[in-house]
Ligand binder design. Structure first.
Ligand SMILES: [Zn+2]
Length: 75
């Protein structure tokens, strides 16, 4: 399925990618997209996923496909 991507050699779904970024379980996640940026650590391709860590919060997260780098739009 097109929603599944390979990150650090492992297949991820939107939910499991969001959980990699969040470091915890998430309630819901949108489809994975290709982010228009390169990884600042290794220059690899970066994926983007919007997700809800809780019922009241929506976060956009980014994760490198090749290394452990990750980031979110919250401080
Ligand atoms: Zn990287």
């Amino acid at each position: 399925m097109a929603d599944n991507r390979v990150v650090e050699g492992r297949m991820v779904t939107p939910e499991s990618l969001a959980e990699l970024i969040e470091g915890d379980e998430v309630m819901d996640a949108e489809a994975i997209a290709d982010a228009d940026r390169d990884c600042p650590e290794c220059g690899g391709d970066v994926l983007e996923v919007g997700y809800m860590p809780s019922i009241t919060e929506f976060v956009t997260g980014w994760k490198c496909q090749d290394c452990a780098w990750r980031e979110t739009d919250r401080e």
